[in-house]
Design a protein around this ligand. Sequence first.
Ligand code: ADP
Length: 238
Amino acid sequence: MTLSVAIHSKRFANGHCAIQDLHFTARPGEFVAIVGPSGAGKSSLLKIISGLDTAFEGRLQLPEAARVGYMFQEPRLMPWLTVAQNLALVDQTASGARLAGALERVGLKDCENLFPNQLSGGMQRRVALLRAFLVAPQLLLMDEPFQSLDAPTADQLRAHLLELWQGTQATVLFVTHSLQEALCLADRVLFLSAGPAHIALELPLDVARPRGLDSPAVQALAQELMQRHPDLLKGRVD
Ligand code: ADP
C-alpha cells in the first residue's frame, strides 16, 4: 500500500515538540529504514503512523482499515500463553500444519507448546516477527526490533524478516539507530534530524540483496556517507 505522511507538528502536553515538518511517501512493497539519533522522535513517528497517537497536526494517507503489523523492541508475548496461543491471538487459523510450517520457516520447529520463559531472547523475537506477519500486513512498523541481540542472532532475524517480507507486498518502516542495519535491509533510508524531527537526508539504495552487515558494499556505502556527512548520525547534514 502507498503511505503518505505529512506531519506539520507533534507536540506533547508539556509543550515539547518532537516532530516538525516531516513529509514522505512510501510505495507499495517498499522497505524504508528510518535512522536517527536517540530522542529524535522515531518512536513518536511510528505511533502516529500506527494510529495509536492521533494528537498531531498534519495528515496521514493510507487505505481505510489497512492491516498494520507492529513489532517493538521487546517481544511483548503474553507470558501465560504458549507460542501457539500467542500466535492464535492474532490469527485463529494459525494451528496444525499451517502453524507448524510457519514456525519452521523462522527456525522454531516443534516450539508450539513452549511458554515464552522457555525460549531464548532470539527465539522470542522470532515469535514476535512471525506474529507481525500473520496478520498479512499491508504496512509493517518495526521499532528497533532486533536491538540488544547478539550479532549472529540479529543477522538470522534480519534474514528471516527479508524472507517473510519478500513473499508479500507489505510496505515496511524499520526504525533503527544502526546505519549498517539500515543499509543492509532497506530500499531507501530516511535520516532524521535531531528533535524536532524532520528528514535531514534521503538515500535510495540500489544494491542487490542479500547484503550482509559486514559486506563490502554495505561497508563502502557507510564509509562514504560518514565521510560526506560526519554528523549524519547525530542528525546533522552539513
Ligand atoms: P526516539 O524514538 O527517536 O528515541 P521518541 O519518539 O521516543 O524518540 O521521543 C522524542 C522526544 O519526545 C524525546 O525528546 C522524548 O523525551 C520526548 N517525548 C516522548 N514521549 C513524550 C511524552 N509523552 N511527553 C513529553 N515528551 C515526550
